[in-house]
Design a protein around this ligand. Structure first.
Ligand code: PMP
Ligand code: GLU
Length: 402
């Protein structure tokens, strides 16, 4: 006798899509393990090491025996450091009781969705969106409502579109700025217009994912929660993965109304408990230290953005915008739909991404996973050499697609 997985696995899990970013990164690794020289621009992960002083703080914490459970929402010291950061950098006022530290910003978002959504509740998600929003919302029982913007609008949704999408069932509005996958940054006035709409409604919670805050090439980072109208209607998400290059440390956090923090704390207390103790100690120091390392990484990303955008502009048929943040470009590759190199055909963005992996040995992610069927995402968190070589391979490969 053996278990039939289809009978055993929950409908919820069977309906869940695997993360496309993680899948494509694995496919690139699999091909590389067969001896193929693959350049993977699929996973969104800074290629820099964690700054030395943060690692030193973790070693010291471990040596001192800081190896036990912490309070579920994070140590008081880290939550105080987070409150100070919000006050100084984002004009946001929080008490430590309004902060919940989690195993990555991904868990912070999941905690909020699990805390707020019941069957049939709607979550408006601005597209292009980060892959996991949709699946987390569905897993929590909610219904994703997608509101999209194309490349002609720099992939930024207008407040009027959000207003039209709101129904009696809307509970959440979820988006990231700087945005994964487009790199677009909503301006202060664009955010203010969205705050007007949500403030006037008064019953919707904004989930503002600001994990790329420090990788911003525009003049300023604006937290939507700093607008008075939505101060009590916003959960601000941030973390250490991107700005401090600490993806493997698994540390993110949410800040929001006390009732929401209490609910996230309850969910997390039953599922995972607090994040790693020594990670938290080192992270508090990272927040209290000036941002020179984050700024140096941002400057490197800016240089690479210019490099990859200029190279992509040389590829016939590809349309590329100039992102103002994060470390992704999201070019429109629909020019190649309906073409073939005699071996493989490209009918859509999934085919394009697949063809670039198998024919050009460059890992990318199809825009379909992010809610845009005409684009692909390339992460430029890679060396200059790899970026130049990757785009040159793509260009050469596409010459044979007629
Ligand atoms: N939000 C966005 C927009 C992301 O790109 C990511 C991917 N790292 C996350 C949240 C989750 O980050 P982490 O769980 O590593 O903190
Ligand atoms: N957020 C990154 C990305 O978009 C890491 C992978 C993931 O967590 O999805 O590629």
């Amino acid at each position: 006798m053996s278990i039939n997985p289809t009978e055993m696995l929950s409908a919820k899990v069977q309906a869940m899509e695997e993360s496309a970013t993680i899948r494509m990164a694995q496919k690139s690794r699999d091909l590389a393990s067969k001896g193929v020289s693959v350049i993977s621009l699929s996973l969104g992960e800074p290629d820099f090491d964690t700054p030395e002083f943060i690692k030193e703080a973790a070693y010291a914490a471990l040596k001192r025996g800081n190896t036990k459970y912490t309070p579920v929402p994070g140590t008081l010291d880290l939550r105080k450091a987070i409150c100070d950061k919000f006050r100084i950098e984002n004009n946001l006022q929080f008490e430590p009781t309004q902060i919940v530290v989690s195993n990555g910003a991904k868990q912070s978002i999941a905690n909020i969705c699990l805390s707020t959504l019941d069957e049939g509740d709607e979550a408006i998600i601005l597209a292009p969106y980060w892959v996991s929003y949709i699946e987390i919302v569905k897993f929590a029982g909610g219904t994703p409502i997608i509101v999209s913007a194309g490349i002609e609008d720099d992939f930024k949704v207008k407040a009027s579109q959000i207003k039209e999408a709101i129904t009696e069932k809307t509970k959440l509005l979820i988006f990231s700025s700087p945005c994964n996958p487009t790199g677009s940054v909503y301006t202060k006035s664009e955010l203010e217009a969205i705050a007007e709409v949500i403030g006037a409604n008064g019953k919707i919670l904004i989930v503002s994912d600001e994990i790329y805050e420090y990788i911003n090439f525009s003049d300023e980072h604006v937290s939507i929660g700093s607008f008075e109208k939505v101060k009590d209607l916003t959960a601000t998400i941030n973390g250490f993965s991107k700005g401090f290059s600490m993806t493997g440390w698994r540390l993110g956090y949410m800040a929001g109304p006390g009732w929401l923090a209490n609910a996230c704390n309850k969910v997390q207390g039953q599922v995972t408990s607090g994040a790693a103790s020594f990670s938290q100690e080192a992270a508090a120091l990272a927040l209290r230290t000036e941002r020179s390392e984050a700024i140096a990484m941002r400057d490197a990303f800016l240089r690479r953005r210019d490099l990859i955008v200029s190279k992509l502009c040389e590829v016939p048929g590809i349309i590329v915008n100039k992102p103002l943040g994060a470390f992704y470009v999201f070019p429109d590759i629909s020019y190649y739909f309906g073409t073939s190199n005699g071996k493989v055909s490209i009918e859509n963005a999934d085919d394009f991404s697949e063809a670039m992996l198998t024919e050009a040995h460059v890992g990318t992610v199809s825009g379909a996973a992010f809610g845009n069927e005409n684009c692909i995402r390339l992460s430029y968190a890679a060396s200059d050499n790899d970026l130049v070589e990757a785009v040159s391979r793509i260009k050469k490969c596409l010459e044979s697609f007629k």
